[in-house]
Design a protein around this ligand. Structure first.
Ligand code: ADP
Length: 505
């Protein structure tokens, strides 16, 4: 269950009201014209302030606050008029005094009825249907227009009737506030202002109860009623202020927490990036040293195998010749793996700086290198005009050569048809190399970019499985991304991006 938002100022106001009302009532019936005028004006101002407060909140949150704003708005106008006619104006404003006899008796009761009806129906509407603000405002204005002449006609004071009541026209108001209080209390889950509104309803019920025994505009009972009204409005205002200040404090705390979290996160990302960079460098160095140093003994193995083959071919048994052949094959394969590994480790360390590069030229060179394989496969290779952009030309050439080389290698039954395109998007260039080859199953889309990962045996398709890993490393060195879209048997399209377009060739 939600509790009313209670602040110290709210409790102080309530206690103050009870004490002052008790003193006033204990003092017997007197006339307090000045206090009455002050309280009238205060009630008008406070209901105006509440209108603005609810309006501001309502624009950002619930329709309930807008409806409350409209309820307090109409009330504040009526109370404003009531306060105006309480003053003895002179000069040009004396016309207001002349209207006093018409306006004064009708405005106080009108305000007393309009507010609880507006608050109660707003809460009811929230639970049952949703009205537009304009419809709600019109209904309130209509209600006021209907009640105004009624209160003009009804007698303001009577001689004591049931329970000594002297203002029977207002007898329903305390009951209305009891109803409103219970509706607010029961609906408290719908809006956190409702428990406070229930408390305010209780105060206003007491205040208006006192008014039933008033016999003159400024007598003790009327002043206690006015005090009750002002107390009710004040407690509501304090509660709203308290809510806003709690929200603000929470927001500031949350923002501070978020900023701290962000800072920590940034720091950790920086640390991780540094760690990664260092471990990448270590790996690169390791790969380079290992492959570089392995080359020498491997060359030795290779040349002695060659020597063995030359000297002893046919002199040992047939198995021995085969074994020497296998060993030589292994040495050649190892040589290729080591070269690939070296090439991989050199992408970052031996790459040239990024300079303005015509991608058409890089593609042209790659195609010239692949001429033999292209003719052999009877392949058709086409391309759209490609842009000029900052890149390492020989690495870009390597990328094209690798992707088109793969497209030729992993061809299907039909002669290969390969198309290269480039489109500019969001400040980067998206290249694509499309083929009509064997395609790739989607579960391997990521795996094929990992070093030494292949989907086929060497007998089916030659290779070491490092081509795409090198290509990815080159693209990432340029600040781009690479990915594939493919369907088995339908062909593959490799996409890669390069940032910073300079123009089209
Ligand atoms: P390699 O070509 O030496 O096998 P890559 O790293 O270039 O190594 O390619 C990794 C794997 O990705 C290949 O073994 C192949 O299975 C798959 N692949 C690459 N390009 C294509 C393509 N155009 N069509 C179908 N499969 C491909």
């Amino acid at each position: 269950m939600t509790r009313p938002t209670v602040s110290r100022s709210m409790v102080g106001t309530l206690i103050g009201f009870v004490v002052v009302a008790t003193i006033l009532l204990a003092g017997g019936r007197r006339d307090y014209p000045s206090l009455h005028t002050m309280l009238d004006a205060t009630a008008a101002v406070l209901s105006g302030v509440l209108t603005l407060f609810f309006w501001e909140v309502g624009r950002r949150t619930t329709p309930l606050s807008i409806w409350f704003a409209l309820g307090f708005g109409v009330t504040s106008v009526v109370e404003g008029v009531h306060a105006l006619v309480s003053v003895e104006w002179s000069g040009a404003l004396s016309a207001i005094v002349a209207a006093e006899n018409t306006l004064r008796p009708a405005t106080w009761p009108l305000a007393a009825y309009v507010l609880p009806i507006a608050i109660g129906s707003a809460v009811w509407l929230l639970r049952h249907t949703q009205w537009a603000a304009s419809g709600f405002a019109l209904a309130l204005l209509g209600l006021s227009a209907a009640l105004f002449p009624l209160f003009l006609e009804l007698p303001r004071y009577t001689s004591p009737t049931w329970f000594g009541i002297t203002r029977p026209t207002l007898a329903v108001v305390p009951f209305l506030w009891v109803g409103v209080g219970s509706v607010c209390w029961r609906s408290q889950s719908a809006d956190r202002v409702l428990p406070t509104m229930a408390l305010v309803a209780a105060v206003l019920c007491l205040g208006h109860g006192s008014m039933l025994y008033s016999r003159a505009p400024s007598d003790t009972q009327a002043v206690v009623a006015h005090l009750g009204k002002v107390t009710g409005y004040l407690t509501l205002l304090f509660s709203l202020t308290q809510m806003a200040s709690v929200d603000l404090a929470e927001r500031v705390r949350a923002e501070r927490g978020l900023a701290q979290l962000n800072q920590d996160l940034e720091l950790r990302v920086l640390e991780r990036t540094e760690e990664l960079r260092r471990s990448n460098e270590d790996l690169e160095r390791f790969a380079y040293v290992a492959s570089h140093d392995l080359q020498e003994p491997l060359r030795m193995v290779g040349s002695y195998l060659e020597l063995l083959k030359k000297r002893y071919r046919g002199k040992l048994d047939a198995d021995a010749d085969d074994f020497i052949g296998f060993a030589q094959d292994g040495a050649v394969r190892m040589q290729r793996l080591i070269e690939d590994l070296l090439a991989y480790s050199r992408v970052n360390t031996r790459g040239a700086g990024l300079a303005s590069t015509d991608a058409n030229v890089a593609l042209g060179r790659a195609l010239a290198n692949l001429k033999l394989a292209t003719d052999e496969a009877s392949a058709t290779i086409t391309h759209d005009p490609l842009p000029v952009l900052p890149a390492d030309q020989s690495q870009l050439e390597h990328v094209f050569q690798n992707l088109i080389g793969n497209a030729l290698k992993f061809r299907g039954a039909k002669p290969p048809a390969i198309h290269v395109t480039a489109v500019q998007r969001d400040g980067e260039c998206v290249f694509s190399v499309r083929d009509n080859g064997i395609g790739i199953e989607s579960q391997y889309f990521d795996r094929i970019f990992v070093i030494f990962q292949r989907l086929h045996g060497r007998e089916e398709y030659p290779g070491t499985g490092i081509g795409l890993a090198i290509t990815k490393r080159i693209i990432e060195r340029h600040g781009g991304r690479i990915w594939v879209e493919a369907q088995p048997g339908q062909g593959s399209t490799f996409f890669f991006t390069l940032p910073g377009i300079e123009g089209s060739a």
